[in-house]
Write a protein that binds this ligand. Structure first.
Ligand code: NAD
Ligand code: UGA
Length: 470
């Protein structure tokens, strides 16, 4: 089937960029991106492209070329479903915060709502595509929901087509994907549906990089890929602690390890701990699934990846306190970077949030600078964490009084006892560190949670520069 119209439910970090790229690469296809969040859709339609809700290098240029030509952002979900032959579901699948599986399992409410809506509204056959990251065997549930809610003569095929883009490099990743994965039922209609999706990707992805599998393999591959990537970070971070005890340098160790072709160089950068909306939630989901199937050893193995990540974050905040004579009460601490990595305005699960909370609890005065994350977002992140830790509203308001989000990074340095680099923004490397350090308190420390600065250059201007594992 030659597809002419597609839609994507969910205009977030995945839905927006992936659909923009499909629209660009397939000018013969009309692409509708829909969301229940009116504010978000208004921003996607904002005339000023600097206001689109997702910051990704290269994205606004693509949106400017395609928007209102063959790429449309709207809240009219009914219309989009009816017009489209193919419906991508790219809604959020956060960790459950209630009931059975609380804190571990993926919350599938948003996905189920989409399936119900599609079932109720569809008046012709549809191919429904799982773009969201989902537990293995979710397609079964989706099929069931579509079936019980739909008209008798409408047929659905459910495909799994997980997304592997990383934020900050989303456009690059989408243009030159390592692979595209499409899982389908191994039936005649399933394989035909899979072929229709293959044909869309073939407009720019080489054939040999488009992998087709059964649905369950595709669903599990996505969770497994994220788990394997995060595992590498926890592995190197665990070794960074050993480096600090022994005088080995983690940058040298990871570089030398990475030379082994079987290991490779990617994802061996020691840090203050991985963040982002997916690694933690997907591993917790994998742990939950493994336990569900009675595979406790498997669950324990993957759970350790999260435990080391938490250990790495706590280790960092403890080090700040120790280096400042065991107390940071009323001391000023500047935080450079709030995003969970550079080149994104996303701060979900950023290590910065957790480290800052520890510092606020110790009654430090916090000044935060990030080039892309909004002030509102920073304060919301902190408040949400306090709330989830059962702090009362009054307590939270009191604590937040000691937090200042600034537009000028120099304000973070002025009379500060500590500067913590928590995101690896390139611009931090360009700072005049020698001059800025002079504006700090006499007893100060520089804590580089990203090993961003050149150690030798920093050691020439200060003996109070600390980094991870070196
Ligand atoms: P997001 O929170 O940025 O976007 C999800 C959007 O879905 C939100 O705008 C929300 O309003 C909308 N939504 C929720 N329910 C809806 C409904 N019933 N109808 C219409 N819209 C609805 O999330 P995201 O980061 O884009 O992630 C989406 C999925 O993709 C997740 O499962 C995630 O694990 C996966 N994923 C994310 C990334 C990433 O880099 N962020 C990469 C690969 C995979
Ligand atoms: C990750 C995966 O890389 C994507 O393939 C996947 O599609 C996505 O999750 C998802 O499913 O959401 P993302 O979280 O956007 O992408 O960004 P990463 O580049 O993977 O970084 C995640 C975190 O790990 C960041 O906090 C980053 O700073 C940290 N990191 C990464 C390290 O600490 N060290 C490294 O070597 C690499």
């Amino acid at each position: 089937m030659k597809v002419k119209t597609i839609c994507c439910i969910g205009a977030g970090y995945v839905g927006g960029p992936t659909m923009a790229v499909i629209a660009l690469k397939c000018p013969h296809i009309n692409v509708y991106v829909v969301d229940i969040n009116q504010t978000k859709i208004d921003l996607w339609n904002d005339e000023n492209l600097d206001n689109i809700p997702v910051y990704e290098p290269g994205l606004k240029e693509i949106v400017s070329k395609t928007r209102n030509k063959n790429l449309f952002f709207s809240t009219d979900i009914n219309l989009a479903i009816n017009k489209s032959e193919m419906i991508f579901v790219a809604v959020n699948t956060p960790t459950k915060t209630y009931g059975e599986g609380k804190g571990m399992a993926a919350d599938l409410t948003y996905v189920e709502n989409c399936a119900k809506t599609i079932g109720q509204l569809a008046t012709s056959d549809k191919i429904v595509i799982e773009k969201s990251t989902l537990p293995v065997r979710t397609a079964e549930k989706i099929k069931e929901i579509l079936k019980v809610n739909s008209k008798e003569d409408v047929n659905f095929e459910v495909l799994s087509n997980p997304e592997f883009l990383a934020e900050g490099t989303a456009i690059k990743d989408l243009f030159k994907s390592d692979r595209v994965l499409i899982g389908s039922d191994q039936t005649k209609s399933g394989l035909l549906a899979s072929q229709s999706l293959v044909e869309i990707y073939e407009n720019w992805i080489p054939k040999e990089k488009i992998l087709t599998t059964n649905v369950w393999s595709s669903e599990l591959t996505k969770l497994a890929s994220n788990a394997m990537l995060a595992q590498r970070i926890s592995s190197i971070n665990s070794l960074s602690a050993l480096c600090e005890k022994t005088g080995a340098d983690i940058e040298e160790v990871s570089n030398a390890i990475g030379f082994d072709k079987r290991i490779g160089k990617e994802f061996l950068k020691s840090s203050v701990g991985f963040g982002g909306s997916c690694f933690q939630k997907d591993i917790l989901n994998l742990v939950y699934l493994s336990r569900h199937y009675g595979l406790n050893e498997v669950a324990d193995f993957w759970h350790q990846v999260i435990k080391i990540n938490n250990y790495q974050k706590t280790r960092f905040s403890k080090k700040i306190i120790n280096e400042l004579n065991g107390t940071i009460k009323s001391k000023k601490i500047g935080i450079l970077g709030w995003a969970f990595k550079k080149d994104t305005n996303d701060s979900r699960e950023s290590a910065s949030i957790y480290i800052t909370k520890e510092l606020i609890d110790e009654e430090a005065h916090i000044y935060i600078y990030d080039p892309k994350v909004s002030k509102k977002r920073v304060l919301d992140d902190i408040q949400m964490l306090f709330k989830s830790n059962n702090y009362s509203q009054t307590e939270t308001e009191l604590k937040i009084k000691n937090v200042h989000v600034v537009d000028d990074y120099e304000l973070c340095f002025d009379h500060a006892s500590c500067i913590s680099i928590l995101t690896e923004w390139d611009e931090f490397k360009e700072f005049n560190w020698e001059r800025l350090i002079k504006t700090m308190e006499k007893q100060y420390i520089i804590m580089d949670g990203r090993n961003l600065l050149d150690k030798n250059s920093m050691n020439k201007i200060t003996n109070k520069y600390f980094s991870i594992g070196r």
